[in-house]
Design a protein around this ligand. Structure first.
Ligand code: ZN
Length: 483
């Protein structure tokens, strides 16, 4: 048994959750469930980033106090748990006492690497980051072409990132901190090799809109939102207390951050540098997923193509959304969402695929009543070979390949049934053998699908009742009704 920690990034709460964050939360959830089934002790964390300037600006727009605004929106993010059937163990808001306390303690632990400097630079509120000439294309932040870069000149605290250049390069190239996929690792290695510059870790109270976590021992300064936000991962585990969950999961566990490609640098350069500075262990792995486009276009409020995950769940069900996002969106690349593709996949793979297979076998088997089984048949489910590939796919976060593999197995059983024509078999013992055969295949498929489609699997398990030495089948209502 291993200790395993997995986290999503913590999104800003300046707008409602979109489908890109739904993807991330579901990816982390599948990993968490998979590890729990494997017998590991799992801690799955999600949360919200509430101290950013973006939230201050959006609150003003909404005519609300920042505090009311972030609380209201954080509740929406929390309700993703029920909507997407997420199994997170904790949800941290960065306005919570435990977070504020931990962030300030981490600052103090990094104090030897923090110094004061007068600074002038261009700031992107979208990224919550100062941009250097390398980052700016045509005078704009490439991630936020609609937002004007803000010219800032003030006294800030800086973190000595440059000091960790060689160390970080070594840690990442040796996979001591493993970045998946490989091209994201190379991207970061290039970034490091180009030279790391110290970065600003505070801002004036005024520029922060009087919102955020004060720098310990300097009330005129507010912590840079990323410096505070990144510490959420350990604050949840009880930091600065180094015992308990911190000891169990951060010190002695496998630790994994699931993030989007836009914030790779923060998690694989800034965050490990801060931990090194504080003398704390580093995360073991960072998985970087791509972005979702909608009908081939970048998701943006101004384009009006923001897809609401809650609406999709209401219309098609939680498992259908979980399936689409992990099957259709390639784990390592950007992927596209469209209602048309969604409905095509739904009908082909869910209604006609797994749904139909379960319906036809359970209907054929129900009339056989209780089927007695010898132990050899029963052990066939546990001793399936050729399942290692699924472990490897999960290990590499290749959810799309995993599900493609399961659906190949589903078509194999379908093909067998079409060949056998069990509906035309009159000999009952012949039919019984066939039904046992199909049921074993379905049991293996069900087990593989459990982390992905938890509700559908529960329904399937109600149709195939395995007990000591016997199997009974029960006809089912459509698990995925055709659209
Ligand atoms: Zn930006």
């Amino acid at each position: 048994m291993k200790n395993f920690f997995v986290s999503t990034a913590i999104p800003y709460v300046n707008s409602k959750p979109h489908i890109g964050f739904a993807l991330e939360a579901i990816q982390a959830d599948v990993i968490a469930r998979y590890r729990r089934f494997a017998g590991d002790s799992v801690f799955y964390l999600s949360g919200t980033d509430e101290n950013s300037l973006k939230n201050v600006l959006s609150a003003k727009e909404a005519g609300m106090s920042v505090s009311d605004f972030v609380t209201k929106n954080a509740e929406v993010f929390k309700s993703l748990k029920a909507a997407l059937n997420l199994s997170w163990d904790d949800f941290i808001r960065t306005t919570e006492e435990r977070h504020v306390f931990g962030a300030q303690k981490l600052w103090e632990a990094c104090k030897d690497d923090i110094y004061e400097k007068e600074y002038k630079g261009l700031y992107c509120v979208g990224c919550e980051e100062f941009k250097t000439s390398k980052d700016i294309i045509n005078g704009e932040c490439p991630e936020h072409p609609n937002k004007k870069l803000e010219e800032v000149q003030e006294k800030n605290y800086f973190f000595k990132l440059s000091k960790y250049q060689d160390k970080l390069e070594k840690i990442i190239s040796s996979d001591e901190l493993k970045i998946v996929p490989e091209r994201r690792k190379n991207e970061i290695l290039n970034f490091i090799k180009n030279g790391l510059e110290d970065f600003s870790v505070s801002r004036s109270r005024e520029r922060a809109g009087e919102w955020g976590i004060p720098v310990p021992s300097d009330e005129s300064q507010i912590m840079y939102v990323w410096f505070d936000a990144l510490s959420n991962y350990i604050n949840t585990l009880g930091y600065p207390d180094l015992g308990g969950n911190f000891e169990k999961f951060w010190n002695n566990g496998e630790t994994l951050h699931v993030i989007g490609k836009g914030i790779n640098r923060f998690h694989t350069v800034y965050w490990p540098a801060m931990l090194l500075s504080a003398g704390l262990p580093l995360p073991k792995k960072v998985f970087v997923h791509g972005y979702i486009t909608v009908d081939g276009q970048k998701i943006s409020k101004s384009l009006g193509n923001v897809v609401d995950p809650f609406e999709l769940v209401r219309k098609y069900g939680t498992d259908a959304l979980r399936y689409y996002l992990l099957r259709e969106i390639s784990s390592y690349e950007d992927g596209d969402f469209s209602i048309e593709k969604f409905e095509t996949r739904y009908n082909a793979d869910l209604a006609n695929g797994i749904g139909n297979l379960v319906a036809r076998v359970s209907a054929l088997g129900e009339k056989l009543g209780k089927i007695n089984l010898d132990s050899e048949k029963l052990s066939a489910i546990e001793n399936q070979t050729n399942l290692e590939r699924y472990d490897i796919w999960i290990e590499n976060f290749e959810f799309d390949k995993y599900l493609t593999g399961v659906w190949e197995d589903i078509s194999k059983v379908d093909g067998k049934i079409n060949l056998d024509k069990p509906w035309a078999i009159s000999d009952e013992s012949d039919l019984r053998d066939k039904i046992i055969d199909y049921s074993i295949s379905i049991a293996v498929i069900t087990k593989l699908l459990k982390p992905f489609l938890p509700e559908a699997v529960k329904k399937i398990e109600k149709c195939f009742i395995w007990s000591e030495g016997s199997l009974s089948l029960k006809k089912t209502e459509a698990i995925f009704p055709r659209l």
